[in-house]
Design a protein around this ligand. Sequence first.
Ligand code: FES
Length: 107
Amino acid sequence: MNILQWHQVCACDDIDEEDVMEFEHEGKLYAVYHTATGFYATAGLCTHETARLADGFVFGEVIECPMHMGRFHIPTGAAKGAPVCVNLVTHPVKTEDGNVFIGLAAD
Ligand code: FES
């Protein structure tokens, strides 16, 4: 069974609403989003050709990849159509004392 470990990403104020920030942990990239419905996190690389999603654009609850404009639903990671067909892995997020934390499985 994997144990979840929480890692501080940034202050809540550091990510504007409808924006995304990259977070790196142990050589892996994650994308942390601030939407009107809260904070979310997914894998940091697009499932199409591994572009960095933190360089993309947030529209409501959708992230658009900067390379070929593939779109994913941020809360679920669901791919929304060509050219992306593989969903993003999502990760739990919590806010505490004005900071954003991502939950990652500990080894
Ligand atoms: Fe993201 Fe192609 S690399 S849509």
